[in-house]
Design a protein. Structure first.
Lengths: 255, 286
């Protein structure tokens, strides 16, 4: 299905319980390297939970329990010997709303390597520059890196959030509805950016916007009630859905 | 009742309430202006460099208030230096390291009860514990430790509020970048909460500067210029109190009060300038 692309992340009968409630039900699937995979589905279907299981952000929530495996390059990230700092340096995350810390543009991006203990200005400068170049923000901000990040437009703040997420030099970047706070023009820029980033990164995006999944992704996974209903190349899923529930959802009859 | 009468009535009600609210706002400012103005007018005649820079003679009937100024500054800064790490540390512990539960409730109840204790009780405690039991005598150190316990609740509560206003998503992002809890606190939470925390410490200093009952028992009422933190001092409010209470010199009492008020004003203004400069420098750094 991945047309020659390798599987970067693999879920094996992965289940997540919130207390007694089973949010994810024996989910098995793989995510292709160097591609954009979109996860769609109605609210409460478990798509965000699935995304947050991949960098173990759900660990922060009390009462969460998991079974099964999620493998990153073959290594189960839920193994007891996995270092969360290592894991999260390899898997970046971009959140719903652009979040600029009340710091300068430079310090916002530098926050990522600083967490990993890279503190010298000399080492930080090239990392910040590379990250800002990768998201296309460099020409605009190179002369005002010291200014408050909050002075940027919302769309640029989201680019900044992406720059911060890739400043730890990850392999995978997770996007949790990254455009829900943005206007259509900024949304398109972020979608194009995800496509170009997929040359170097494995990208997984959760979105409630089906047009976005259709436009910006290579593969699409449709989820319902904690199960994967259908998972195929994006064009195929949208033009020729195999399951009637998928068809109902993408034609707006469901959810 | 139709729509017209309702709106007519509520309009009238609106006008009356607006007038009353304006009056209360005016009175609040007027009381402040009156007190400050009265003290300044009464104290102004004795204010000059000699008064600020010389030691008192004849019990304070003549001479200046230099030892009290020095004592007040040192005592207040020392108490803030003691209360800040304890208070901010407690606030970080309550907000970042404990879930809301019996334990955090007990700590919060404790600090809030501490805030409700009258200052003279702190004075008595400081006298019995620091001055006598720990044998520190009447000294700047005894006074500073007593004041520190008194302003601790203010520092805890304002820091806690400042830290709670830091959006949770900041912490999530820091964790998603691989940050530990402590790294998140130092690199994301504290910088974001800093203005609020500093404001809380200023409020606490403002309270400490003017405190009389707690220091008269613990720091003493010596009129000599202190040489170390183990020496006793007579702070500005205590000096003011003794001058007025014992009828030594009402003029100098007002002069001292005026200096005290100007000092409080300066503390506030300079602290805000420092916050702005810190914020600006952080943004300039690249």
């Amino acid at each position: 299905m991945f047309a020659g692309k390798a599987a970067k992340i693999e879920l094996r009968e992965f289940e997540l319980y919130y207390g007694d409630f089973r949010v994810l039900k024996k989910v098995s699937a793989a995510f292709a390297a160097n591609a954009v995979t979109a996860i769609i589905g109605p609210s409460g279907c478990g798509k965000s939970t699935l995304l947050r299981s991949i960098n173990r952000m759900n660990d922060l929530i009390e009462g969460v329990r998991v079974t099964g495996e999620i493998r990153l390059d073959g290594k189960n990230i839920y193994d007891p010997d996995v270092d969360l700092i290592w894991l999260r340096a390899r898997i970046g995350m971009v959140f719903q709303r652009p979040v600029a810390f009340p710091l300068s543009i430079f310090d916002n991006v530098a926050a990522a390597p600083r967490v990993r203990g890279i503190l010298s200005h000399k080492e930080l400068v090239p990392i910040v520059e590379t990250s800002l170049k990768a998201v296309g923000l460099w020409p605009e901000v190179k002369d005002r890196l010291g200014q408050a990040a909050s002075s940027l437009s919302l769309g640029d703040q989201q680019k900044l959030s992406i720059a911060r997420a890739i400043a730890t030099q990850p392999d995978v970047v997770l996007f949790d509805e990254p455009c829900s706070a943005l206007d259509p023009i900024a949304t398109h820029t972020i979608e194009d950016l995800m496509q170009s980033l997929s040359e170097h990164y494995t990208i997984i995006i959760v979105t409630h916007n089906m047009q976005q999944a259709a436009r910006a992704s290579d593969f699409t996974m449709f989820m319902l009630d904690g199960n994967i209903v259908e998972y195929s190349p994006t064009r195929e899923l949208f033009t020729n859905p195999k399951d009637t529930r998928t068809e109902n959802y993408i034609t707006g009859k469901l959810g | 009742m139709n729509a017209y009468t309702t709106s007519h009535r509520s309009k009238k009600e609106d006008r009356i309430m607006l007038a009353l609210l304006r009056l209360s706002a005016f009175l609040a400012v007027a009381i402040l202006v009156f007190i400050v103005g009265y003290i300044m007018v009464q104290g102004f005649p004795v204010l000059n460099l000699g008064f600020l820079l010389s030691s008192p003679t004849k019990m304070g009937r003549e001479g200046g208030i230099l030892p009290s100024i020095v004592g007040t500054v040192v005592l207040t800064l020392l108490s803030a230096a003691i209360a800040t790490p304890l208070g901010v540390g407690t606030a970080i512990f309550l907000t970042e390291y404990t879930r809301e539960g019996t334990f955090s409730k007990v700590i919060r109840f404790g600090t809030e009860s501490l805030a409700g204790i009258p200052s003279i009780i702190f004075g008595l405690f400081g006298f019995l514990f620091f001055v006598i039991r720990l044998n520190m005598g009447w000294s700047i150190l005894s006074g500073a430790l007593t004041l520190a316990s008194m302003i601790l609740p203010t520092v805890v509560r304002t820091s806690e509020e400042a830290i709670r206003t830091v959006p949770d998503v900041y912490r999530e992002i820091s964790f998603a970048l691989g940050g530990s809890r402590w790294q998140t606190v130092t690199s994301v939470v504290l910088p974001s909460a800093l203005p609020g925390i500093v404001t809380g410490i200023i409020l606490a200093i403002g309270r400490a500067v003017g405190e009389t009952a707690a220091v008269i028992f613990t720091a003493g009422s010596s009129l000599r210029l202190p040489q170390s933190i183990f020496d006793p001092v007579r702070t500005l409010p205590v000096h003011f109190y003794i001058l007025a209470r014992e009828g030594i010199s009402i003029e100098n009492a007002y002069g001292t009060a005026a200096v005290l008020m100007i000092a409080v004003l300066l503390v506030n203004v300079s602290a805000y300038l420092i916050i702005n400069r810190v914020a600006a420098r952080r943004l300039e750094r690249r």
